[in-house]
Design a protein. Structure first.
Length: 257
């Protein structure tokens, strides 16, 4: 039953327009020295699909200092060893489409963009990671860090808040001829240490399957952290981005300068 539930969710993810999950335990851990794989934006600013995460595999403990090499965003991104009880990967889901989804309602486009390779087209560079929990089997978090001008970062948060208010009944988004519907869009309370944030939940539906999704975007200066959580073993179970994942990601952004 567990594998069937995972297979259903993975099949749904392309329609969700967000490659949050890789089911195996063989994903390559993200390290500062590893080559940038497909699905993770390079320093050139070329966007990739959101990273795939492992739901199992060994975890190494203890906080890691930002690497000295690479771009500021690469130093600010999560890597294996940053979080006890989590597997962190830079390997993308090969079955997921790439690009920015297109919403059927103009007012909802910011929410559709948030499901894409980057939070919105104004992002200058985006680095993606997948985070799989070993404490709560099936919990998967897609994490990204994006650079903006500060005015564009502020505008993104404001547009998302407006879109949540306007799109409560839902919308449909399409990418690479694949469509998914997002219903019951609701603002969700969530504490973060950034300059400002926006958090919401939605029910994603495609091909007769559905999944509860929680999204959080946090602005820290001109940097935007995006975190998306769902439970691949129990897709209909309401979930939330773990506070410790959010806190560690924001800590790395601050330390990376």
């Amino acid at each position: 039953m567990r594998m069937k539930a995972r297979a259903t969710t993975v099949a749904l993810l392309p329609a969700l327009l967000f490659a949050a999950v890789g089911c195996g335990s063989t994903d390559t851990p993200a390290t500062g020295k590893a080559p940038v794989p497909q699905g993770s934006a390079a320093a050139s600013g070329t966007p990739g699909a959101s990273a795939g995460s492992a739901a199992g595999g060994p975890a190494t403990g203890g906080p890691a200092a930002p690497k000295s090499g690479g771009s500021k965003l690469e130093r600010a991104s999560l890597e294996q060893g940053d979080l006890d009880g989590y597997q962190i990967s830079a390997q993308s889901n090969p079955n997921a489409p790439h690009g920015q989804p297109q919403a059927d309602k103009k007012a909802c486009q910011p929410l559709a963009d948030a499901m894409g390779d980057k939070p919105d087209p104004a992002a200058r560079e985006t680095v993606n990671r997948g985070v799989g929990s070993q404490k709560q089997i099936g919990l998967a978090v897609a994490a990204s860090v994006s650079s903006y001008t500060e005015s564009d970062a502020k505008r993104l948060i404001a547009r998302l808040k407006e879109a949540i208010a306007a799109c409560g009944t839902g919308f449909t988004a399409t990418i690479e001829k694949q469509a998914g519907s997002y219903k019951d869009v609701r603002a969700a309370a969530y504490k973060s240490a950034g300059d400002e944030s926006v958090s919401w939940t939605t029910t994603a539906v495609a091909n007769g399957a559905s999944a509860q999704v929680h999204l959080l975007l946090v602005r820290q200066g001109a940097t935007v952290v995006r975190l998306t959580a769902l439970n691949v073993a129990a897709a209909r179970q309401q979930t939330q981005v773990p506070q410790e994942v959010t806190d560690k990601q924001l800590e790395k952004v601050r330390r990376a300068g």
